[in-house]
Design a protein around this ligand. Sequence first.
Ligand code: HEM
Length: 125
Amino acid sequence: MTEVSTATIYDRVGGYEGLQRIATDILALHHANPVLERRYGSSPKSDDELITLVTELLCSVTGGSETYTGMNMHTAHTGMNINHEEFLEVLDDISKALMKNDVSQADHDAIMMMNFGLKNEVLAH
Ligand code: HEM
C-alpha cells in the first residue's frame, strides 16, 4: 500500500528549533543589510523578542501548533513608511536564510509566497 505523507513544512524544517535557527539567521542578515539595518537597529524590541515572534509566526503558518503572540502584520508595521526596496530586501534575506538552512526548493518557494502575500499589509500605511 502506498504511504500518504502527512508531514508539514514545519516537520521538514525541524519544527520550532529549526524555524528558530532560520529566524535568527534572518535577523542577523537584516542587521548586516545596509538597506535595513537602521530599521532593526532602532527597534524598541530586543533581538530575542523579535526572533521569538518571527519563529512563532513561521511555526503557525507552516503547520506547527504554536500560537503567534505578536501584532498582526498591518498593525506591526503601521507608521513605518516601509518602501518597496526594503520589502524586497527583507524577502531576499528570508530566502538566503532558508537556503543556508538547506530548506528544500519546494518548501523555500512555498514560504516565499506566503511572505510575498503580506506585501500590502507591510508597505507604507
Ligand atoms: C514578509 C515581510 C515581513 C514579515 C513576515 C515581518 C514580520 C514581523 C514580525 C512578526 C514583527 C514583530 C511584530 C510585533 O512586534 O508584535 C515585525 C516587526 C518589525 N518589522 Fe517586520 N516583517 C516583514 C517586513 C518588514 C519590512 C519590509 C520591514 C522594514 C524594513 C520590517 C521592519 C520591522 C521592524 C523594524 C519591526 C520591529 C517593530 C518595532 O520596532 O516594534 N518588517 N515584523
